[in-house]
Design a protein around this ligand. Sequence first.
Ligand SMILES: *Cc1c(COP(=O)(O)O)cnc(C)c1O
Length: 454
Amino acid sequence: MSFQRLFADRFKAMNRVSVDTAGRPPSVDALARELAIRHSLPHALLVDFARRAIATAASSLPSTTTQVKDYADQLAAEFSQSLLREVINATGVLLHTNLGRAPVEMKSTDRASNLELNMDTGERGSRQSTVGKLLALLCGAESAIVVNNNAAAVLLVVAALANSRDVAVSRGESVEIGGNFRIPEVTEQSGARLVDVGTTNRTRLRDYKKAIDKRDNDIALVLKVHPSNYRVSGFVEDTPVRELATLPVPVVADIGSGLIDNTCPWLEGRAPAWLANEPAARQTLSDGAALVMFSGDKLFGGPQCGVIAGRADLVEACAQHPLARALRPGSLTMISMQSLALSYLARTATSEIAFWKMASISVAELQLRAKKIISAAHIGEVCSLDSIPGAGSAPGATISSAGVVVAGDHLAKLRNRELPIVARVKDSKTYFDLRTVRNEDDHLLIEALRSLVE
Ligand SMILES: *Cc1c(COP(=O)(O)O)cnc(C)c1O
């Protein structure tokens, strides 16, 4: 046995790392430099993948140098794929939670902004005042502020207006929405006590009255929650805001989806049928709610944030609460909300807000696009589809749509593209719903479809 072989065997026994034919274990640095040829990632990351691959090889004999390299390659590739990036949403889910809900263009440069500068006096101002004014005008509210998300909005409202007191919530509305937003837990975290009212399926005005009149209770608020992501049917009854508003305590409503006005004055023609059961900020306030809370990245079509709108004194109490500082959004979000609010007010939402563009495009137009894509790609067929609003908005509602269908499951391949495409598979066919694909991206779909035949 040669000295080299002997050394190699001892090395293998000592470190449990395999050797290549030249008798050397792969060096971390050499492996990292080799990875750099195929992966444009910082050296420090490649070193980390090289180390992990070598360590894994060391603990799982036998493994060859090629296997170590392949594993390091795989780690680097998986990491590259996981980097946050733009994708094409061909799922037909308009507000796809995994894809960041409402798509929104964040316009900014690296210049400063007047975020907290009062341009009139040159002194410190509030980031909330102008955007708040626009949102208040849109909702028919006295005042409004923007916080980090709707969960933060509910947390802040309850903390500011019911701390150490009781909040009345219908048993049918004591819900969990999405992962971990649970009304009883949010109430508890706000320092308030939840008082259950009525029953799971029916809660009437007199149940709220009873809870308010009960001597042990100190009800500061009635919290009305829109059970966004599910529907109960049958022997059910809830108490509308209009009736709750006759109670002697303020009614605050978590309407969730952020529809501003159910008449949709920014659309040409009438409000679409799929929005029929969705509560809207303007109508909820005019029905007598003291405050409404909603997400900015659902039907409002904005960035992740939450809005609190309604009575000026209550909004002010929220803004002054110490938690408000921890929950405030940054300048990108405020600038984006301002631009969206201006589009709504100017009634240019259908040409300027991506969500309303998707929502209002006609099926005929989608079919035409599908035909063009198919004839250019030489693959696929036109199909009728049902898009859904998504993100718990308008549960059960569908929007007629059209797209392209091709045989086979191509999801993994499509996700692997430089600009990934997220589509849907049903019965071993891949569906591309064009309602959620930007018109400008059709040529990318054509390219992707062509690559499926090649
Ligand atoms: C979506 C939703 C929430 C959570 O909103 P986020 O903006 O995701 O924090 C809370 N309540 C209702 C009713 C919702 O629909």
